[in-house]
Design a protein around this ligand. Sequence first.
Ligand code: NAP
Length: 322
Amino acid sequence: MKAVVMNGIGGTEEMAVVDREPPTAALGRVVVEVAAAGVNFMDIGVRQGMAWTDVPNPKVLGVEGAGRVITVGDGVDQFSIGDRVAWVYEPGSYAEQVSVRADALVKIPDGLDFRTAASVMMQGLTASHFATDFYPVQPGDVALVHAAAGGVGLLLTQIIKLRGGQVIGRVSSEEKRAIVREAGADHVIVDRDGNFADEVLRLTDGEGVNVVYDGSGPKTFAGSLASLRRSGTFCWYGPVLGGPGPLDIMSLPRSIKIGYATFYDHIHTPDLLRTRSRQLFDWIESGALRVTVGGTYPLAEAAQAHADMESRRTTGKLLLIP
Ligand SMILES: NC(=O)c1ccc[n+]([C@@H]2O[C@H](COP(=O)([O-])OP(=O)(O)OC[C@H]3O[C@@H](n4cnc5c(N)ncnc54)[C@H](OP(=O)(O)O)[C@@H]3O)[C@@H](O)[C@H]2O)c1
């Protein structure tokens, strides 16, 4: 089967399409024929050696996808051959077939296609956690959403609006403004260098926002702090793009609360995975949540998908189609 591996830590030149033996279904696992594999910023982090370094190279990239079960291992009783499934936080999805722990799988409802399901496992579950658990948005709350046209950003914007909040979206280029407004954002700030706080304060009559969701690297950190109102919440979530470095807790302004929201902590049991993905699927089926696939690529063009995501030109979800 074809698969996209990283040969070593580095840039996209470390990525290669190879032929590999198809996986077999070990105890507690199933093999899935991949219909769509999600591209996530986390995959860039894995390629750069920031995560999953315990899996030896060359290793197959990708942590998310959707497809059909073709083999079921011993000890698996919830899934059968032919089931339509999606998964997340399982290595090896940039391939024609992948072996997945049954605990990392959810069934896809009949009304949803593979591409839609593959689009929301990482970014959708992350966005719903941010707006419902990390900081449960209340009607009238104002949120600042960075990279608002991206995979997490477009879904987060819509979920905040579903909960009655207001959204100020920040994007790096004028071309992204329309798609963020379409997702429901009340205001869009175009800024590439971290100069957005004055505009946030102007839009909120000097008050600042209740919550900022920032996974956009060191350049936005100070502006995000300055954008918060008294006792506001800072949801930081960008380990790949990097953080502010060591923080003196006494330098934090206005009694804010700050934390690092990471996927592994918010979806840490199969029950949570299934409950939260069911809610996302329900929102999509009812029309409350729209999934925007901003780009599809054949497996052989996975390196291009990474380059595009890093270039800051993409919007919505990027998918690889084996
Ligand atoms: N903690 C978690 O659990 C978790 C889970 C999923 C994702 N994430 C993080 O969420 C963020 C978005 O992930 P995604 O998969 O949805 O990707 P994405 O938002 O679809 O694409 C990345 C976006 O980040 C911005 N960006 C890219 N390179 C940048 C750079 N060098 N400096 C500043 N901004 C840059 C760009 O938006 P603009 O150009 O418009 O700024 C770009 O469109 C990433 O930081 C990712 O690591 C965290």
